[in-house]
Design a protein around this ligand. Structure first.
Ligand code: ZN
Length: 91
């Protein structure tokens, strides 16, 4: 109850779906603003974006519009772990 934000993991998952497009600059400004607004209050998402950027820097490209399932699952697990660390269960 003392957490300073009430983001739900659901919106984080929605964010995942858009991140590659976001990095690709394919999203309309309104959606970018939405993502950035979410990032402002969600540290796990910021960290995830950072690691995604690193991957892009190494691979040289955003891994297309759809992330590999395996990768996505990894991200989701990492997120769920963070929520658990905070004593919150993703629904
Ligand atoms: Zn988030």
């Amino acid at each position: 109850m003392s957490a300073g934000h009430d983001h739900r993991s659901e919106s984080c998952l929605e964010l995942f779906e858009r991140l590659s497009e976001y990095l690709d600059g394919e999203l309309p400004p309104a959606l970018c603003a939405e993502i950035e607004a979410h990032m402002a209050g969600c540290e796990p998402c910021v960290r995830f974006l950072r690691s995604l950027r690193n991957t892009v820097a190494q691979v040289g490209a955003v891994p297309s519009a759809s992330m590999p399932d395996e990768w996505k699952r990894e991200c989701v697990e990492a997120f769920e772990k963070r929520f658990r660390d905070r004593g919150r269960q993703p629904v």
